[in-house]
Ligand binder design. Sequence first.
Ligand code: KG4
Ligand code: ZN
Length: 348
Amino acid sequence: MTTDPVVLGIETSCDETGVGIVRGRTLLVDAVASSVEEHARFGGVVPEVASRAHLDAMVPTVERALRDSGLALADVDAVAVTSGPGLAGALLVGVAAAKALALALDVPIYGVNHLAAHVAVDVLEHGPLPEPTMALLVSGGHSSLLLVPDVTSDVRPLGATVDDAAGEAFDKVARLLGLPFPGGPHIDREARSGSSVAIAFPRGLTTGRDLERHRFDFSFSGLKTAVARWVQAKERSGEPVPVADVAASFQEAVVDVLTRKAVAACREHGVDHLLVGGGVAANSRLRALAQQRCEAAGIELRVPRPGLCTDNGAMVAAMGAELVLKGRAPSALDLPSDSSMPVQLVHS
Ligand code: KG4
Ligand code: ZN
């Protein structure tokens, strides 16, 4: 294998069928087919619908990735696939497809952790990851603060949500406000014309005893309930709900806690690079406040562009390439998928 391996990555942990191809740390193609519209009327991702959509989309998405990259299957040096965490049935589709490709091409297969891949993807945009890096991952399925001395071998969870994921909170509050699913981008847009200080919503796990026990954990379900109560009271009084102000004040409560804890974790662990990833990293206020607080603390902020923050195959390919470049052993061809794969297990 050359020093710059061509790695094809497959992602099917949730509702995106992603097939990305990288050469070393260079992105060649990122093909994504999303079933998000099939879930919209349910207000959340329906696992069985997602699995079936992956089955339909897998072969066409692989074909599209190859066509758009101008590569042939024979050019692929290794296959990487998300083996967990994620929806069990959805993961199985990707893992089965990756095994078939690896077997047919006689190339190594790497089962990778979805969260580690959200971190590794940034090498495609900003080059090699500083070691250590602090990573704040926020999406519809996860909210984690990770200390990452080496993304290919050493990822340490410092904290996570104790209830809803950050994106889930955005989606639920959007629903309360009558905005479409997924709600994050709609809240983001509404918030631009609202006031972030109009309503004082609670900041979960930020005071006293909570902070002692949950230094770097997050909680968003109390916030969601507070927003629901506030909106219901407004409706009962017959007054119009000021959607933009609610959106802006809610959003501020989320991003305030996320950025405060992320910067505190960097300080406490002496880390001067913070990476923010996952779908919620597309949030304009999160990006702005993270930038402001990192600058004030002398921390360099890395945020991949929004297309690389949401689930995609390029992140899996990037993680696979990092494993190859660091000489990590490939997975066995009978590697399992693991819907609750712990983040410390960066590859299987
Ligand atoms: O990473 P992702 O595509 O899928 C998961 O792994 O969950 O993240 C999707 C989540 C959704 O909850 C969506 O509402 C949220 O990311 N999201 C946003 C924004 N764009 C997407 N949340 C806040 N602001 C945004 N601009
Ligand atoms: Zn994700």
